[in-house]
Design a protein around this ligand. Sequence first.
Ligand SMILES: Cc1cc2nc3c(=O)[nH]c(=O)nc-3n(C[C@H](O)[C@H](O)[C@H](O)COP(=O)(O)O)c2cc1C
Length: 181
Amino acid sequence: MKNILVLTGSARTNGNSDMMAEAFIKGASTAENYIMKYEAGKKDIKGCKGCDTCFSKGKACSFNDDFDELVPLLEKADAIIIATPIYWYSFPSELKGAIDKLYSFIIGSKTLNIKESMLLVCGETSEESDFEGITKSYERIAAIEGWANRGHLIVTGVNAKGDILSKKNLLDKIEQLGTEF
Ligand SMILES: Cc1cc2nc3c(=O)[nH]c(=O)nc-3n(C[C@H](O)[C@H](O)[C@H](O)COP(=O)(O)O)c2cc1C
């Protein structure tokens, strides 16, 4: 049994990346894992100020925002799945804020138990090369965090809510990936 944190980047319920997250959760749930879904795109998570006072004021980040509620989920997780749209070749800002604030665990010398990760990412472009920035950034983050990278899945050509349903067998494939966790 694993504690799997599914961290999403879009604010759109039933949007394309949310459907990817839900397909993954459907697959992963059958293996009796404990699933935590955290929709960072719907939250107020600001960027890191680099004040280096992490964990010195009774909590991970000295500033108050919704990262406070993500912290216990990060502390519980054995695996992290990031399911997100691409925004300007990168992560949506609230999700990036959450990633930035992982820095607090480094400054606070706190070890997380996250051992593995995967990136599920979608966008409007038909060019897979447009995802080079986000996938490379994800790979580097996984490496420095010590997460075994279970890979990334890129979905091109989706924009309006539900576009992903026109991609034959895609959600089934993502559900299958979930069963492998
Ligand atoms: C602010 C913003 C920036 C975006 N930037 C990109 C981009 O750089 N490349 C791309 O292919 N699509 C881009 N898109 C399109 C989204 O990635 C696409 O609509 C995606 O399907 C949205 O996912 P969702 O349905 O889960 O919200 C952008 C959309 C928004 C709102």
